[in-house]
Design a protein around this ligand. Structure first.
Ligand code: UFG
Length: 327
């Protein structure tokens, strides 16, 4: 299939690109390189530097490549940043998707796999969380993704789109070639591994007074290669749908750090800081719907494997893709 990937120079997008190409699909990566990396784009893919908010750039990419399907990864994805700059998030994540959907409609492309997030739920009433959990985002980031889901729902109803909405929990890990490189880095696992590498002095633990067994927040860490596999299955899904993507197991910040000490053999000093605003105590997926309807079964559920793969990548590339100063 000819698949156009927006955001294919980013973390999850670069690994989905790699997997699609391995399976023999044709890929065009469309990315503004605002947060992504040119070096993250697989050499076998075509590449266009373009912005989803710019209709002309989308138009010429669609006219030249004639995609049969779209995977839409291009988005900003930091809860904290979105609280400070909501407009930036509605512009990139919602207005960008609207431009993309309109371009798809004009070119008669109806199949789209959309990167959504567990942040659409806000703080959950029940854990583990399935897709019937009420959506009540607590950040402009989560809201912008929920608005995107709804937009695609209307385009399904009115224009025959076939959207598959994938609500990721905590993406992590790496492939042999591609991994996580954000600047500044806000995510737990890369910060833990950067500390193990000596790139930062200590890991800050944001709150140890939560209502959890060790007082630190619990998350569902899902290997990025398993996320990539879900995208491949979603591409073949005839009916569309909404799917939570996680392992169904939660690990606390403390547990992640302890496992990282074992995997790296390094001490990893920590310091406890106040809670980070907006962090729910516990987010764990129930991904039964993806198992039943997509046939998705994570192959790398263990935290150890996730950390080993991420560690291999960080050790091989201590400066990430090396195209900007890392924070
Ligand atoms: N944390 C630390 N220290 C750090 C970084 C993170 O203690 O240096 C903690 C956070 O407070 C949180 C946990 O580690 O409890 C995980 O934090 P991440 O920043 O790695 O991930 P989040 O759970 O905050 O974010 C993820 C996705 C978002 C999504 C969000 C939903 O990355 O896209 O879940 O809440 F929106």
């Amino acid at each position: 299939m000819r698949v156009l990937l927006t955001g294919g120079a980013g973390y999850v997008g670069s690994i989905a690109t790699e997997r699609l190409l391995d399976l023999g699909h044709e890929v065009l990566v469309f990315d503004n390189l605002g947060r992504g990396h040119r070096a993250a784009v697989d050499a076998r893919a075509r590449f266009v530097r373009g912005d989803v908010r710019t209709p002309d750039e989308l138009e010429s990419a669609f006219a030249a490549f004639k995609p049969e399907a779209v995977m839409h990864f291009a988005a900003l994805a930091l809860v904290g940043e979105s609280m400070k700059r909501p407009g930036l998030y509605f512009d990139n994540n919602f207005a960008g998707l609207l431009r993309l959907a309109e371009t798809m409609r004009r070119h008669d492309v109806r199949r789209i796999v959309f990167s959504s997030t567990c942040a659409v739920y806000g703080a959950p009433a029940v854990v583990p969380m399935d897709e019937t959990q009420p959506t009540a985002p607590e950040s402009p980031y989560g809201e912008s993704k929920l608005m995107g889901e709804r937009l695609l729902g209307w385009y399904a109803q009115r224009h025959g789109f076939l959207p598959v909405l994938l609500r990721y929990f905590n993406a992590c890990g790496a492939s042999a070639r591609h991994g996580e490189d954000h600047a500044p880095e806000t995510h737990l696992i890369p910060n833990v591994l950067r500390t193990a590498l000596g790139r930062q002095a200590r890991v800050e633990i944001f709150g140890d007074d939560y209502e959890t067994p060790d007082g630190t927040c619990i998350r569902d860490y899902i290997h990025v290669l398993d996320l990539a596999e879900a995208h491949i299955l979603a591409l073949e899904c005839e009916a569309g749908g909404t799917f939570n993507l996680g392992n169904g197991a939660g690990y606390s910040v403390q547990q992640v750090i302890e496992e990282a000490r074992r995997v790296t053999g390094r001490p990893i000093p920590v310091t406890v800081r106040p809670r980070r605003p907006g962090d729910p105590p516990r987010l764990v997926a129930s991904a039964g719907e993806a198992a039943t309807r997509l046939g998705w079964k994570p192959q790398r559920p263990s935290l150890r494997t996730i950390l080993e793969d991420a560690w291999a990548w960080h050790r091989a590339r201590p400066d990430g893709y090396g195209d900007r100063a890392t924070g």
